[in-house]
Write a protein that binds this ligand. Structure first.
Ligand code: ADP
Length: 374
């Protein structure tokens, strides 16, 4: 019988596991939040991932559980592990992708370079941190943030008053120094339960309004040292917290060539979509191999350059599908991926990958093809 992999969450990341699962001969099953989600083709159940009995019923028929997102509560993950279910990544690792304060504390223990940070319980504590950091900082809600939501640059502690007001007693916000980075990078690694690990080349990511817009793989003009440091950070974290599956480490590069960790994702990640078409083993296949405890695939790029452009929002009129033929006809080397979502301003509804020998040409093709979907 085929190994049954259960994915909790029915978004585009689960959707993009479907094709590689078919090819690997895995039986992919998805617990989707609602009908009509991106991964509906593989959705075998619809239900609330915050409800233990719903999740228990779903995992009864699978051999290993993995995720499309990091929001499944710890008490549910731990109940599954206690039931004897194989959960990858497990709760001990996943907690560091669920809570940015827990992550900062662990990265400090691991000696991984990161921005100055503090847990602040009230306006006075926040102001004290700002006073020590040129009067500015980045305040973050430790849990539940994504795509820049839950991240606020402040120059006075009062600007975070509403977030303090919303905290449960005893809880804290995270504050970080405002890093003057020259660019953002991402390092991905995949790790099997037994410890085998492979690393992808470090990539450059471009964010607009807190949302990933473009990725260039590998990161242009990356020195040998930068490549090595990024990879060793990825390895240190994956091993240090016991990640299984894909790990993405978001990084800041500073003008003095320091690399600081921004945050972690323990699943396929937007910064790795290029690998679907640009690497020997795409991140979705790799994640499945890792969580199913199969030998990992080569991460070697298929071309000197790959570029990924997100399709954000989608067309203001009509559907994505209507734009397909024209984009395909004009840019036959572009690989277009859609998520089956209806257009909405700012929403990630698809992406375009392109690869080739000349970075300028590859960027042009990917951007031009993506522009058909605006
Ligand atoms: P999310 O969880 O919403 O992705 P992040 O913590 O990754 O939030 O922050 C979103 C973006 O905000 C980052 O990609 C970066 O551009 C900016 N940012 C976050 N933290 C800092 C920081 N300490 N200094 C400067 N910019 C930051």
């Amino acid at each position: 019988m085929a190994l049954r992999v259960g994915v909790i969450g029915g978004g585009q990341l689960a959707r993009m596991m479907i094709a590689p699962a078919v090819e690997l001969g895995l039986d992919l099953r998805v617990l989707a939040e609602s009908e009509g989600m991106s991964a509906q083709l593989a959705a075998t159940a619809v239900g609330d991932y915050r409800d233990l009995e719903t999740v228990r019923a779903f995992v009864k028929d699978v051999d290993v559980v993995t995720f499309d997102h990091e929001h499944v509560p710890q008490h549910i993950l731990r109940a599954l592990v206690a039931d004897g279910v194989a959960v990858h990544p497990g709760p001990d690792a996943l907690q560091f992708a669920q809570d940015k304060l827990v992550m900062r504390a662990r990265l400090a223990e691991l000696g991984v370079p990161q921005p100055d940070w503090a847990a602040v319980h009230d306006v006075a504590e926040l102001q004290a941190f700002l006073d020590e950091h040129d009067g500015k900082g980045v305040v973050k809600t430790p849990r539940g943030g994504y795509d820049g939501k839950g991240v606020r640059v402040v120059r006075s502690a009062d600007e975070a008053q509403d977030w303090f007001d919303a905290l449960e007693p005893g809880d804290a916000l995270l504050v970080e120094e405002l890093v003057a980075f020259v660019r953002e990078l991402a390092q991905q690694v995949a790790r099997r339960p037994g410890g085998d690990l492979v690393a992808y080349p470090v990539v450059e990511t471009v964010q607009r309004d807190g949302v990933c817009a473009e990725v260039i793989a590998p990161a242009p003009a990356a020195s040998e040292r930068l490549v090595e440091v990024a990879e060793s950070i990825g390895r240190t974290i994956a091993e240090g917290v016991g990640v299984t599956g894909m790990l993405a480490v978001e990084l800041f590069e500073t003008d003095d060539e320091r690399i600081l960790v921004n945050e972690l994702a323990m699943r396929p990640h937007n910064s790795g979509h290029w690998s679907q078409d640009g690497a020997v083993t795409g991140q979705f296949e790799q994640h499945l191999r890792a969580v199913a405890d199969l030998p990992l695939g080569a991460t070697t790029p298929r071309a000197p350059w790959s570029v990924m452009i997100n399709i954000l929002g989608g067309p203001s009129e009509g559907t994505l599908g209507e734009r397909f033929p024209a984009a395909m006809a004009e840019h036959p080397t572009a690989k277009i991926h859609t998520y089956g979502k209806s257009p909405r301003p700012g929403r990630k509804v698809g992406h375009v990958n392109a690869s080739g020998d000349e970075l300028d040409d590859v960027v042009y093709v990917a951007r031009a093809a993506a522009a058909y979907f605006e």
